[in-house]
Design a protein around this ligand. Structure first.
Ligand code: GLY
Length: 555
């Protein structure tokens, strides 16, 4: 057989038989969790805005149309790779208020209370509006008010709820924590149905002030004063001083290499970027890809890489402004060679034999991600969140926006489980002014200085493994981006020692993995990827995740 025939046969074996098709466009692309928000981004791009402008507009729009995670009252990360090669990472993660302290969520017996999860005390100081301000001031092209305008319209005029959003509102038990949340997110005490129009006049008024008076309205103006007053009246911890003192910061993105590709990803306080670099480095010299996507061999190697990363994760991670995260040690060759050598190709390593801390890591799966590329070739990946779905459940009376419960992403009691069963380490203990550890992993991949893939997702700790899998699906299994997003996912996080797998893997694969010693748990709906691939021929291929009702659109 000639080498060409051999390569063609190998390619057929590795490629999916029925490729799904992404949305393709030549100039620009927006992929987000919600159709109106995607449309707002496209409109800004068509009006001459760049990808950063569009990212600000999409973020404000999602605060209206995707209330479980889109936000003004939360925080997140924006990763940008400019067409001229510059890169930046805007960290607008929430900060612990000045009154916060290590034991603030412990009762008299030293046991964790539910206050870090629900109600007025659960919130960190929101960062979203300052983050968008920083990105826009430094890198945007259009006027600020133009970027906020679509969200004002969506809030005031209302928008028809999608099936997914109506269903999500129905399931949002924590909204019962606040009369204002019930008033806004229920239809006269009843659930909204798909197609019902949700109007949010109070939120519209806040957005209008932010458009007119600028971001300072949120941090020291009318909105700030009202928020601080409501906090004080309800026993919350955030003061006007906290709002005034909040700062979004720029950090250098984390960068690494994988098989000739350059990986640009999230630095601490995200744990995600280190995870991506470490897991890819562990895979690099294995034969994991030989048997194709979804085979027992590839899943085994990837799951073993995941297991080893998660053993490190909570022990060594926290806010880099307060704790020296050993980024280099966790990603350098000497260490990743050692991790790879410890993988038995034919047996799952019991998690009890993989050491570092006694930490069970689990977080909220409710966050949101969007990816944008503009006509100049600038690429932006934003992941932002309220932490749990609908955050703390508290909508600030008169302001119409939900507050985050991001304080629960700290180790509320180092060594004790948080709302999602997480047991955190000392590095992530609560300190006033500190940012909680995150899994959010906006990532951009390049080859020879040109962008290849923009990717990210919500999903708590499963963010890191899902981004990892989509990268591998595109780079190693040569799937188009839609197939890469659609492919069934799996997740291992060291403890509990279980391999979570979506339905869709063959029974043979599952049986072979079980024979290797993996304990399999079937889990539906792992993450909601929003990705853009730069395809050959100059096409931008946008992939919204079919697990949800998101939208990719371009021109
Ligand atoms: N709150 C979810 C995260 O930051 O990863």
């Amino acid at each position: 057989m000639s080498i060409f025939r051999f390569l063609a046969a190998a390619a057929v074996l590795l490629l999916p038989v029925y490729p799904a098709q992404p949305v393709r466009a030549k100039k620009a692309m927006v992929v987000s969790r919600e159709a109106h928000a995607t449309d707002a981004g496209v409109a800004v791009l068509k009006a001459g805005g760049n990808a950063v402008d569009a990212a600000v507009a999409v973020g404000f729009a999602l605060a209206v149309t995707h209330p479980s995670a889109g936000n003004l009252g939360g925080g997140g990360f924006m990763l940008v790779r400019f067409a001229d090669g510059r890169k930046t990472f805007v960290d607008f993660r929430e900060m612990a208020p000045a009154k916060a302290g290590r034991d603030m969520y412990l009762d008299a017996s030293g046991n964790p209370t539910k206050d870090s999860m629900i109600g007025w005390r659960a919130s960190g100081v929101p960062g979203t509006v300052r983050g968008f301000e920083l990105a826009h001031k430094k890198y945007g092209k259009l006027g600020w008010a133009k970027l906020v305008a679509p969200s004002v319209d969506l809030a005031k005029k209302g928008f028809p709820l999608s099936y997914g959003t109506a269903r999500s509102l129905k399931g949002a038990k924590n909204l019962a924590a606040s009369e204002e949340s019930k008033r806004i997110f229920l239809k006269n005490g009843d659930y909204f149905e798909p197609g019902d129009v949700l109007k949010q006049p109070e939120l519209g008024a806040v957005l209008e002030r932010i458009a007119k008076n600028g971001p300072d309205d949120f941090y020291q103006g009318e909105t700030a004063k009202r928020l601080a007053k409501e906090m004080a009246d309800h026993g919350g911890t955030i003061t006007l001083e906290d709002l005034k003192n909040y700062k979004a910061v720029e950090r250098a993105p984390l960068e690494g290499k994988y098989r000739g590709y350059d990986i640009v990803t999230a630095p601490p306080p995200s744990s995600g970027g280190i995870g991506i670099l470490q897991m890819l480095a562990v895979l690099e010299k294995t034969k994991f890809a030989e048997t194709g996507a979804g085979s027992a061999q590839s899943v085994h190697y990837m799951a073993e890489a995941m297991r080893r990363f998660y053993a490190d994760r909570a022990e060594f991670f926290g806010d880099p402004d307060f704790y020296k995260v050993p980024v280099k040690q966790l990603t350098e060759k000497k260490y990743t060679d050692k991790l790879r050598a410890s993988i038995d190709p034919s047996r799952a390593t019991p998690s009890d034999e993989v050491k570092h801390g006694e930490i069970d890591v689990k977080e909220s799966t409710e966050t949101t991600h969007y990816s944008i590329v503009d006509a100049e070739g600038n690429a932006v990946a934003v992941t932002y969140t309220l932490n749990g779905g609908y955050g703390s459940g508290v909508t600030v009376p008169g302001l119409g926006f939900l507050m985050n419960n991001e304080m629960d992403d700290f180790s509320v009691k180092p060594g004790a489980p948080n709302m999602y069963g997480a047991i955190g380490g000392e590095a992530n203990a609560i300190v006033a002014g500190k940012r909680p550890l995150s899994s959010m992993t906006p990532t951009i991949i390049l080859r020879d200085g040109k962008p290849v893939l923009v990717v990210g997702t919500p999903g708590g700790t499963r963010i890191i493994t899902s981004v990892f899998e989509v990268i591998v699906n595109v780079l190693d299994f040569h799937m188009n981006v839609q197939d890469a997003v659609n492919a069934p996912r799996f997740h291992h996080q060291w403890k509990p020692d279980r391999l979570q797998m979506e339905p869709g893997f063959s029974p043979d694969t599952r049986a072979l993995l079980a024979q290797r010693g993996h304990t399999i748990e079937t889990v539906a709906g792992i993450c909601e990827i929003a990705a853009i691939e730069f395809e050959r021929g100059g096409w931008l291929a946008g992939a919204a995740d079919p697990r949800i009702d998101g939208k990719a659109a371009g021109y």
